[in-house]
Design a binder for this molecule. Structure first.
Ligand code: PMP
Length: 425
């Protein structure tokens, strides 16, 4: 019989060490916000496949849409013969795009591919090369997105010189001592010392940094970036791969600021567990690339498009924008109570928009120093307590909660109780 332990040794013999797995268990089955491993043990899932399962594992509507599509055709390649689910999805995403005017949507497969394409489109539309990104940002692991990602270890070290033309500004995180004024000063230095604004195609920013630690981009920064982009003919790209599709209590994270991006990248929760990504952008920009310049064999897979159409229905019909806010409030209240308890590991910096919630493991209760790499041990203990939990943050100090928005209060509370037990050192 298979067991987690047997499979773990087979895994290390068969799979390279570079692809790391956080927890020592193998999944056999998953349903909404629950996972069962190969040993038959049940877990509450607060990871959601890294922000992919806002509508939960195997949502019945998504499964039905996928089955219906499987019965018709699975693949033809949109570049060869078009199909309705791609066009319908593009129409619905264009209608949801948080900017005025006509929109177009390009469908792809992974988040990194969406980011690559957004930058290619921005370069083609502006005729410029430069891209400005942020420290702590995460945009993927392919060559160009690796350059955009604002963290050297483990994403860049050993992988050669990054693609030229990419520059990083400090991302403001006030509780880490970096304010919006610091970011804007660094931009002034960049434009004075290294790069003319006329050579910049795009600025790319996550409305809430995901891998970097669930830090929301301050509205005043987004507004100032918008102003600078308008002044210099630069395009603003919102990377909504982790923030999109109701996670923050809005369909897209940037909506909290009221700032309109020119291009947006989407993936993860878009297709409820199937691989799908996209670039949504202003028509005048998107249409600047010549025919054949964009696409990919599997881009906008009909099965994934069918799933995504169902996801959009589920978000609307189950009121998941409001549900995200309710989950956020419930989790933050409980975490705040935990932060006051002297019998638990000290936690602080409880934060989040909607249900994109995080907290840090601290050196001392009430202090401001975070426990570097403190989150890993908590996620390991949480697994012992029956909870799949993810760390993040540039120093491994942060625990993030990405519970499906379809989770019941009972399952949510069960997961929060497991966090409490994991913190009982
Ligand atoms: N952008 C953001 C904001 C992400 O969080 C991620 C994945 N964590 C990516 C891009 C890359 O997506 P993928 O892993 O699907 O390539």
């Amino acid at each position: 019989t298979v067991s987690n332990v047997d499979l773990l040794s087979r895994r290390s013999a068969a799979v390279p060490a570079g692809v790391a797995t956080g927890l020592p268990l193998f999944v056999s089955r998953a349903e909404n916000a629950e996972i069962w491993d190969e040993d038959g043990r049940r877990y509450v899932d607060f990871a959601g496949g890294i922000a992919v399962l806002n509508v939960g594992h195997r949502h019945p509507r998504v499964m039905a849409a996928v089955r219906e599509q499987l019965a018709a055709y699975t693949h033809v390649a949109f570049q060869v013969t078009a199909y309705r689910p791609y066009v319908e999805l593009a129409e619905r995403l264009n209608a949801l795009a948080p900017f005025s005017g006509e929109a177009r949507t390009l469908l792809l497969t992974t988040g990194a591919e969406a980011v690559e394409n957004a930058v290619k489109i921005a370069r083609a539309a502006t005729g410029r090369q430069g891209v400005i990104a942020f420290t702590g940002g995460f945009h993927g692991r392919t060559a160009l997105t690796m350059a955009l990602t604002g963290k050297v270890v483990p994403y860049k070290r050993g992988f050669g010189m990054p693609t030229p033309g990419v520059y990083h500004l400090p991302f403001p995180v006030p509780h880490q001592g970096v304010e919006v004024a610091d970011t804007l000063r660094a931009l002034t230095y960049l434009f004075a010392a290294d790069l003319s604004p006329e050579d910049v195609a795009a600025i790319i920013i996550e409305p809430v940094q995901g891998e970097g630690g669930f830090h929301a981009a301050p509205t005043e920064l987004l507004q100032e970036l918008r102003r600078l982009c308008d002044a210099h003919g630069i395009l603003l790209i919102a990377d909504e791969v982790q923030t999109g599709f109701a996670r923050t209590g809005r369909m897209f994270g940037i909506e909290h600021s009221g700032v309109e991006p020119d291009l947006m990248t989407v993936a993860k929760s878009m297709a409820g567990g199937l691989p799908l990504s996209g670039v949504i952008g202003r028509a005048a920009i998107m249409d600047r690339v010549e025919p054949g310049g964009l696409g990919g064999t599997y881009g906008g897979s009909p099965i994934a498009c069918a799933a995504a159409l169902a996801v959009l229905d589920v978000i609307a019909e189950e009121g998941l924008l409001d549900r995200a806010d309710a989950i956020g409030r419930r989790a933050k209240d409980r975490l705040t109570a935990m932060s006051a308890r002297s019998d638990l590991l000290p936690i602080g910096n409880i934060r989040g928009l909607g249900a994109m919630i995080a907290f840090d493991i601290m050196e001392q209760r009430g202090g401001s120093a975070v426990a570097v790499n403190g989150a890993k041990a908590v996620t390991m203990r949480a697994a012992d307590e029956g909870l799949i939990l993810l760390a993040c943050g540039t120093s491994g100090e942060t625990i993030r909660i990405l519970v499906p928005l379809t989770a019941s209060d009972a399952v949510l509370d069960e997961g929060l109780a497991a966090i409490e037990r994991a913190l009982a050192a």
